[in-house]
Design a protein around this ligand. Sequence first.
Ligand SMILES: CC(C)(COP(=O)(O)OP(=O)(O)OC[C@H]1O[C@@H](n2cnc3c(N)ncnc32)[C@H](O)[C@@H]1OP(=O)(O)O)[C@@H](O)C(=O)NCCC(=O)NCCS
Length: 174
Amino acid sequence: MNNTVTISYAHDPVDWQRLADIFANAPFATRTPEDIQEAFANSYICCFAFSALHDRHDSTLLGAARAISDGVYYAVILDVVVDAGHQGQGIGRTLMEALLGKLPLEKIYLTAPPDAQNFYRKLGFYKHNNAMGRYAHPEKAFEHGVLSKQEPWSLAGISRYFTGSKPSNHQFFE
Ligand SMILES: CC(C)(COP(=O)(O)OP(=O)(O)OC[C@H]1O[C@@H](n2cnc3c(N)ncnc32)[C@H](O)[C@@H]1OP(=O)(O)O)[C@@H](O)C(=O)NCCC(=O)NCCS
């Protein structure tokens, strides 16, 4: 645990404009504070890293992470981001550990650009070979190789595996 930050699961101390600036400068995404606040409010669990140098009312937001989940089988981790000036100090790992501690589930998914995948690899994530995605505007994702038109049968080496079971009730389909 990184002791230079305080982790909060509460939304009320968050300055959403500050989080929008962190998103933009990370660099991660350009989003409005209103959209970010709504997305976080509609999530299953969120965590926020604040500077531990000040008290709660005078601390600076340094990063955030959130997950959507059904609370039983699945969770998807989204929007893991650390302020550009504070990256490489263990804050991202602290955020992820705080989030994972609230997600005692069998299957946790996320997407990550290639240059961030080793960050998640160190937290126990592996490449997922049977994931699919449907985008409203997929052109750029195809252009950048994020989506592929590779035919599904080229993955025939992967056995069919039902991912929706709890650990005590695994079902396999060959
Ligand atoms: C990716 C990101 C969240 C990582 O947070 P961070 O605070 O910089 O990472 P940490 O300092 O906690 O690093 C934890 C470990 O992961 C490694 N790591 C961090 N970022 C990495 C990267 N991009 N590639 C490979 N390893 C990385 C660190 O070296 C460290 O390794 P160690 O435990 O062996 O020392 C942060 O750099 C960021 O916000 N990047 C821009 C936005 C982004 O790409 N988000 C991810 C989108 S899915």
